[in-house]
Design a protein around this ligand. Structure first.
Ligand SMILES: Cc1ncc(COP(=O)(O)O)c(C=O)c1O
Length: 401
């Protein structure tokens, strides 16, 4: 998603004012996108927002106002959702690290839907629910075997997410009398752009979950397929059409006689509406390669180092110069700090600004901001055409002691 022409003057004003790297989110674009998803969505499909993708309160409020639930995966995300005005009845919680203390906090905060990822989580929750006189609704997270393949969510690797079907069958039913199992949850494949591939994954999940539900003697009222809808990070990739997603999920529901399908989306929901802006600090040639060194790198945007995939990049200034390949590095003293190899105008130089697109998901909160004590990036939003800065630049003096 490119910067809208109408936003350019606002961005240029922000650059002058902040003079340091920042994220900017187009919340009008986000709202439009979510309204479109809601208008397409079948009534038996429930979408939650996996707020690990971007927990900014202004973003959470947009999801809330449009009737999406919010998936939290930590006490911090729970606090942020509650303090952003999300109704606890609209909060779902996933994540492999749920202590007794966190489970108690969920119930005390009136959260009622919990995805259980281990036997211990089930036993602890039932015990706490008994003490508090509650009966939470739960889904059991199942980790399936696949043909080979890796993904940020593990793919076929053994990960901490949930446990296998055989193991769920060993759950001691007498120790879970205060919880109500409403269904199953499976999510092992992320950032998929091919609808046919999603379909193959969803059908296998549903077949195996139906077998497991039968063995567990539970009704599969809800099947949660997690997230996994991809967004294009390079020009040869195409956006997913949500109409196709919806019609496949309708077909899945009908074929397997499911009551409700849930998904909690992160990347596909917010990714295209965030941009990361940073300045070129230096340009040089090293052993025959052209390099640009930026104000911000993986300290603000870790994903390229974690996945090897770059965010799409353009120079903000308009230029007619021919394009040339550059290796673009951040400011950290590690060779890992590379944001990618890009074709950029040959007249790019110190003082120019680069804009990285598709940074609305897994940007600011996924980074490693403290290493080398550079500024933390600001977060700027454009909403109803207005420019606002909910979080400004923080210098190292704001956190170092
Ligand atoms: C349990 C769970 N659901 C949903 C998501 C969101 O996934 P995506 O960004 O692929 O939509 C994640 C991301 O890690 C997750 O852990």
């Amino acid at each position: 998603m490119k910067i809208k022409t109408a936003h350019r003057p606002l961005i240029e004003k922000t650059i002058k004012r902040l003079d340091s790297s920042f994220f900017y989110y187009d919340l009008d674009g986000l709202k439009e996108h979510l309204e479109k998803l809601s208008s397409i969505m079948d009534s038996d499909l429930k979408l939650w927002y996996a707020c690990k993708a971007n927990p900014l309160s202004a973003i959470l409020k947009i999801f809330r106002n449009l009737g999406f639930g919010v998936d939290v995966a930590s006490q911090g995300e729970l606090d942020q959702a509650l303090s952003s005005g999300i109704n606890p009845g609209e909060i779902l919680t996933t994540g492999p690290s749920k202590s007794r203390k966190y489970l108690r906090s969920l119930l005390e905060n009136e959260v009622d839907v919990i995805v259980l990822e281990s036997h211990n989580q089930a036993y602890w929750l039932s015990e706490i629910a008994g003490e508090l006189g509650r009966r939470p609704k739960v889904l059991l997270r199942v980790q399936l075997d696949w043909e080979d393949g890796v993904s940020v969510l593990g793919g076929n690797s053994i990960t901490p997410f949930g446990t296998d079907a055989e193991n769920w069958l060993k759950l001691d039913q007498q120790k879970i009398e205060n919880i109500e199992i409403m269904g199953l949850h499976v999510f092992q494949w992320g950032n998929i752009l091919e609808v046919s591939e999603l379909k193959r994954i969803w059908w296998k999940i549903t077949e195996e979950c139906q077998i497991l539900a039968k063995k567990l003697a539970i009704e599969l009222k809800i099947l949660d397929l997690g997230g996994g809808l991809g967004i294009p990070y390079s020009s040869d990739q195409k956006e997913i059409d949500f109409n196709e997603i919806n019609s496949n999920l309708k077909e899945l529901k009908k074929e397997f006689k499911l009551e409700k399908i849930w998904m909690e989306l992160g990347r596909y929901a917010v990714g295209p509406f965030g941009h990361y802006m940073t300045q070129v600090i230096d340009r040089k040639t090293v052993r025959g390669k052209e390099l640009l060194i930026l104000d911000g790198g993986i300290n603000h945007l870790a994903r390229p180092a974690l996945t090897g995939q770059a965010f799409p990049c353009q120079m903000l200034r308009q230029s007619d110069s021919e394009l040339r390949p550059f290796t673009v590095s951040g400011p950290l003293c590690t060779a890992l700090d590379v944001l990618g190899e890009f074709e950029l105008p040959s007249d790019i130089n110190e003082g120019d600004w680069l804009c990285f697109h598709q940074c609305g998901a897994y940007g600011f909160t996924e980074a490693m901001p403290f290493f080398l004590c550079h500024n933390l990036p600001a977060e700027v939003i454009i909403y109803n055409g207005d420019l606002m800065t909910p979080r400004t630049i923080k210098a190292s003096s704001d956190w170092l002691v």
